[in-house]
Design a protein around this ligand. Structure first.
Ligand code: GLC
Length: 465
């Protein structure tokens, strides 16, 4: 069978906020991306995946969506997006959007309506539960970002119920049991497809089906809550949700689009339940057996085993992806390679080759193509990542010294990957306009590691990519 376009593509992930700032507000934006399209074309990529660029209060850098039908004004709004789509397509580069369907921002119109009264027609678009008899949270679940009290529930005074938020307090979970929510989401997604978007990356898609709302039996953290990741993914009923979602959106015959699921909890053992073409669920996904955030690295032996296991699924018509880092992970050359001046380039090349020779669609994360490395800031104030800040606050509450807490949380901070793209050796790595201040500090090694110095060298990583 002739391969589909997304099976032949190299996908480049853009974290817009950190890619290129065109107007000096310190935030990357879509006009900055437009300026760099020729760079991406020369790199040889076929498709861009944008992490969420919808209007957002930026509690989680866009993964808290306030309006699913618009583009963040600070990124240039819809005008910039339409221009970008047209120019990218003219260069033969496709565009994939991130869809955050597990939760929204509490500033989303949907949530405000849902919160307005118990009888609001959108009440069941989110997950509301009564307090226990003593007034406490409906169960003992913790939120992942250690936000607020640490509980996954926040009490709403006005309507006297708790709402569920498995990430941050300002990121309420959507309720996929609601027919009204489903129909609205399908309509919104078709709008993006009709505009010409080529596909979607589905954020935490394996969590749309919730487990029963009962206490986790695991040992609580010092604040009395339990972070039980296992119970949140791949619950019975999930497949029905994904199948219906696809049937009503990118799977419709008038579109030539695909979806890649962020698939926590999926291994080679249950992957085909999502990927087998006869299931009609996901075209592809990425799993966490190699890059799980809390595992510092993997041995070569483990890597080979994982690749061997996943290799089997291609024989039966399923398709998967290859990546060693993204916006949630440490920089791959620092984590799996060696970022010393002697070995940085050869090890970055080795990792690139591993990503591109195995079967599956390769994903490249911005800056990987010049071997950008991890960063270790000396003050917690220089960090932005919600995990880092929440874990730091919890460590302090638990009695750790500020120095120890910082040392602990910066190891796995997602900010390793989120510092501005290093374009050249000028002030702030050429990320923003002279004199402006980036939203997060640049990695101090930008004078040596940047696009222009890499490309000037005879053993350029860019050229290898
Ligand atoms: C995904 C995203 C991550 C985000 C989380 C909650 O894992 O990749 O950046 O924080 O979902 O939306």
């Amino acid at each position: 069978m002739e391969p589909k376009w997304w099976q032949k593509a190299v996908i480049y992930e853009i974290y817009t906020k950190s890619f290129k700032d065109s107007d000096g507000d310190g935030l990357g934006d879509l006009f900055g991306v437009i300026e760099k399209l020729p760079y991406l074309k020369e790199l040889g990529i076929d498709c861009i995946w944008f992490t969420p660029i919808y209007p957002s209060p930026q509690v989680d850098n866009g993964y808290d969506v306030a309006d699913y039908e618009d583009i963040e004004p600070a990124y240039g709004g819809m005008t910039a997006f339409k221009e970008l789509l047209e120019k990218a397509h003219a260069l033969g580069i496709r565009v994939v959007m991130d869809l955050v369907l597990n939760h929204s921002s509490d500033e989303c119109r949907w949530f405000k309506e849902s919160q307005s009264s118990r009888d609001d027609p959108k009440r069941d678009w989110y997950i509301w539960r009564s307090p226990r008899e003593d007034g406490s949270e409906p169960n003992n679940w913790a939120n992942k970002f250690n936000d607020g009290s640490g509980s996954a529930w926040t009490f709403d005074e006005k309507t006297g119920e708790y709402y569920l938020h498995n990430y941050a307090v300002k990121m309420p979970e959507l309720n996929w049991e609601s027919r009204g929510l489903r129909e609205e989401v399908y309509r919104v997604i078709r709008g993006w497809l009709d505009m010409g978007v080529d596909g979607f990356r589905l954020d935490v898609i394996t969590k749309l089906k919730k487990p029963p709302f009962v206490d986790s039996p695991k040992k609580p953290n010092p604040f009395g809550y339990v972070l039980d990741n296992e119970i949140q993914s791949c619950n019975p009923g999930l497949h029905e949700i994904i199948k219906e979602l696809r049937e009503n959106t990118w799977g419709l015959p008038q579109y030539d689009a695909f979806a890649v699921g962020e698939a926590g909890g999926v291994t080679e053992k249950n992957a085909e339940e999502f990927l087998s073409p006869k299931r009609g669920e996901l075209e592809t996904l990425y799993h966490f057996q190699i890059v799980s955030r809390n595992r510092p690295t993997v041995t070569l032996k483990a890597y080979k085993e994982i690749q061997d296991n996943w290799g089997q699924i291609f024989n039966r018509g399923s398709w998967t992806t290859e990546h060693l880092s993204n916006h949630d992970q440490a920089r791959q050359v620092s984590r799996f390679g060696n970022d010393s001046s002697k070995y940085r380039k050869p090890s970055a090349k080795c990792l690139a080759m591993m990503t591109h020779v195995f079967p599956g669609t390769p994903f490249v994360y911005q800056g990987e193509e010049i071997g950008m490395t991890n960063v270790y800031f000396d003050s917690i104030d220089d960090y932005n990542d919600r995990y880092t800040l929440g874990d730091y606050a919890a460590a302090i509450r638990d009695g750790m010294t500020p120095e120890d807490a910082l040392r602990k949380v910066r190891i796995n901070s997602r900010d390793h990957a989120r510092t501005p793209m290093q374009w050249d050796a000028s002030e702030n790595a050429g990320f923003t306009v002279p004199g402006a201040r980036p939203w997060i500090k640049v990695n101090p090694n930008y004078r040596e590691i940047n696009v222009s110095s890499d490309r000037a060298s005879s053993d350029s990583l860019f050229a290898f990519y």
